[in-house]
Design a protein around this ligand. Structure first.
Ligand SMILES: [Cu+2]
Length: 67
């Protein structure tokens, strides 16, 4: 499980874009977005750098930590 910090994710539209980006990188990922803290936790077997890259490609700078 990884926690992604996505400071520019501010509304429901952003949330949808981020969720879609994660699904593109890993269709099996389980994503929970917390808009208030602007974080997403992702359960994935894929390299988190690949997930982060997909989120950045969608327009959102991101950093992550393993949980
Ligand atoms: Cu937004």
């Amino acid at each position: 499980m990884y926690e992604f910090d996505i400071p520019n994710m501010t509304c429901g539209h952003c949330k949808g874009t981020v969720e879609k980006a994660v699904k593109t990188a890993d269709p099996k990922a389980i994503t929970t977005v917390n808009l208030a803290s602007r974080k997403a936790t992702v359960e994935t077997a894929v390299d988190p750098a690949v997930i982060a890259h997909a989120i950045e490609d969608a327009g959102y700078p991101v950093s992550y930590t393993e949980r």
